[in-house]
Design a protein around this ligand. Structure first.
Ligand code: SAH
Length: 590
């Protein structure tokens, strides 16, 4: 008899239509189902009326494994159905281990974890630019202990989004830990009970009041707790969709024409599908035997031995060809087709891994340089551009601006300038000399240092307009110990890497600090003082226990820099140096 099949399936958070298609198919075909009773929706079991069913709620590991092993030996399909996704608190590792020991193979199909069903119910994103880029999925210690370095108090101190399983039973203890970790009492917090079930309940509040509200709602189990600023509607727009972000699928220098992507192997065909999805208009041209590998809407195929003919046909029909194969094959195939650079299509050669996208033909006029850059961005590889005048990699003024914290005042010109650079046009550039050397020395053929543009920082001149990269004023937040000399403050400021500031900001009590007064006077900087209440209103990345002890504030340097700049994201977070703390904020657009 042939062996059976064992599949672990994530059932999703509860709603029976939140299982994956693959998980559903596995259930439909199951002869045996062992399901985690309390949290798996039994409606799912109706998908397989024929199957023999076991509720694992009443079973031990020693009982569960033999059921699976027997099914396997009997040539049956067994599904082990776990709530949410099996990888989070699913107690699957011990089952995997036992099956390994018995030499029984198995598959795992993921599911929608309740933590993501909770995020959906709350309509929140766990990671938001300007707030946090991290979510910690964890639990508070209960019957199952949590390793000491992962104690909630330690994890909470990071200031990230927190999502907690299995922890709603003792909300008082939990919120006390969050406060001990330095999280502000007004930090938003929410609890989602039975996300995705008909009796789902959402409780929203803050760290200060969520425990009471949860008691009131009578929630004691089966809930996810989410804590963090992301629950507000704050945060910045994601740079992913912003106009200044060079992303594989959204570049400012798009290749505009129609493309054909050729591939000769299965790996290349998959790569072709990836590239095609990121181009505006692309067909995939494959030998007959590979065409099932990519979406039917995109594919065209040719019979065995028909590559040359297919390329010849594509030569006139398409504006760009991306060839995922050895460059030798391409060179031989197109040699006889090459006409004039004004009429030939762009040709880019790419390796199967997508490590390189080589602009082979019609780099400037035909747009192959742009197509190579775009292809490389999609695959995460490098564009290889050999036309003499190209300053590859340095024309990304949006990236240059982002790196230095400048804004592009007239970013509408960015597209045009990037395109012209890729097309080989000469540009005049105005930059501070140290930046010119860093970015432009090797590319003097295309970029000429020019003094034509008046600008506070860096700019490019393209003959028809000026791209202006503007540096916004910086604010220096300072906290210091009593009696610190001005020289020490100057040394601390040096460590920020910035030299020119619009003003200094600190706590009111330090306005009379002699060293600070001397430091500011020497640079003719106005000093602004904030009260304890004002400072505590700022949400800082690195709260300072020392400042709390001394003045009852979360932070001096960071909070003052945030308040004075009106920008919640610091340019330089707190640096401590010899009794001085400094932080730098950049003013928001005036
Ligand atoms: N593997 C599961 C988690 C199992 S541990 C998953 O990925 O979701 C059980 C804990 O998950 C519960 O104590 C609760 O914290 C959470 N949980 C499971 N289903 C839930 C649901 N529908 N709504 C809210 N929390 C849920």
């Amino acid at each position: 008899m042939t062996n059976g099949k064992i599949t672990f399936v994530g059932a999703g958070p509860g709603a029976p239509d939140l299982i994956t298609c693959r998980g559903k198919a596995a259930l439909e075909n199951a002869d045996v189902i062992i399901y985690a009773g309390s949290l798996v929706n039994e409606q799912l079991l109706e998908l397989s009326p024929q199957a023999e069913k076991f509720n694992s709620a009443g079973m031990t590991l020693e009982q569960v494994i033999p059921v699976m092993a027997q099914a396997y030996r009997d040539g049956k399909s067994a599904v082990r159905l776990h709530t949410g996704d099996p990888a989070m608190y699913g107690a699957v590792a011990e089952q995997y281990r036992e099956l390994d020991r018995l030499g029984i193979p198995f598959d795992v199909i993921p599911g929608v974890s309740s933590v993501f069903a909770a995020a959906a119910a709350l309509q929140t994103e766990f990671t938001m630019p300007g707030l946090t880029q991290t979510a910690i999925l964890t639990r508070d210690a209960g019957r199952t202990p949590v390793p000491e370095p992962e104690d909630l108090e330690k994890l909470a101190a990071h200031g990230t989004t927190l999502a907690l399983f299995l922890s709603v039973g003792d909300m008082d203890k939990l919120t006390a830990k969050l406060l001990n970790a330095g999280r502000a009492p007004e930090t938003p917090a929410a609890v989602v009970y039975r996300a995705g079930w008909p009796n789902e309940k959402i409780v929203r509040g803050t760290i200060a009041d969520i425990a009471g509200k949860v008691h009131e709602a009578g929630i004691k189990r089966q809930a996810i707790i989410v804590v963090g600023e992301v629950l507000g509607r704050g945060g910045e727009k994601s740079s992913l969709y912003g106009s200044n972000f060079a992303h594989g699928y959204r570049v400012d220098d798009h290749f505009k024409g129609r493309c054909a992507i050729f591939a000769l192997t299965a790996a290349a065909a998959h790569k072709a599908a990836e590239i095609a999805a990121g181009l505006a208009d692309a067909a995939i041209i494959l030998p007959e035997k590979l065409k099932h590998l990519v979406p039917a809407t995109r594919v065209r195929s040719y019979p065995q031995g028909g590559l040359h003919q297919a390329i010849t046909a594509a030569w006139d029909e398409y504006d760009g060809l991306v060839m995922i194969m050895a460059s030798g094959i391409v060179v031989r195939a197109i040699a006889g087709l090459c006409g004039h650079k004004s009429s030939d299509p762009a040709v880019v050669v790419c390796d199967e891994q997508g490590n390189y996208a080589i602009s082979l033909l019609s780099g400037h006029l035909g747009g192959a340089n742009r197509l190579a850059v775009q292809t490389a961005r999609i695959t995460g590889g490098k564009p290889v551009i050999t036309t003499a005048s190209d300053g590859r990699g340095i024309m990304a003024f949006d990236e240059l601006a982002a790196t230095h914290g400048w804004t592009i005042e007239n970013s509408a010109l960015l597209t045009e300038i990037s395109t012209r650079i890729l097309d080989g046009e000469k540009m005049d550039v105005v930059l501070p000399p140290e930046l010119y050397e860093k970015y432009y020395t090797d590319h003097s053929a295309q970029f000429r240092l020019s003094d034509r543009v008046e600008t506070p920082c860096g700019a490019v001149y393209d003959g028809s307009g000026t791209l202006r990269l503007i540096r916004r004023p910086l604010v220096l937040g300072i906290g210091c110990r009593k009696g610190v000399p001005a020289q020490t403050i100057a040394e601390a400021v040096e460590l920020t890497g910035y030299h020119t500031f619009a003003r200094v900001a600190t706590i009111e009590k330090k306005l009379s600090e002699p060293g600070l007064i001397e430091f500011a006077a020497a640079r003719a900087l106005p000093v602004q003082g904030y009260s304890v209440e004002e400072l505590n209103r700022a949400e800082v990345p690195n709260p300072s226990p020392r400042a709390m002890q001394e003045f009852g504030v979360n932070s001096v340097a960071e909070a003052a820099a945030i308040l004075a700049s009106g920008n919640p994201v610091l340019t330089v977070e707190k640096i401590k140096y010899d009794g001085v703390t400094v932080a730098v904020g950049m003013c928001k657009d005036e």
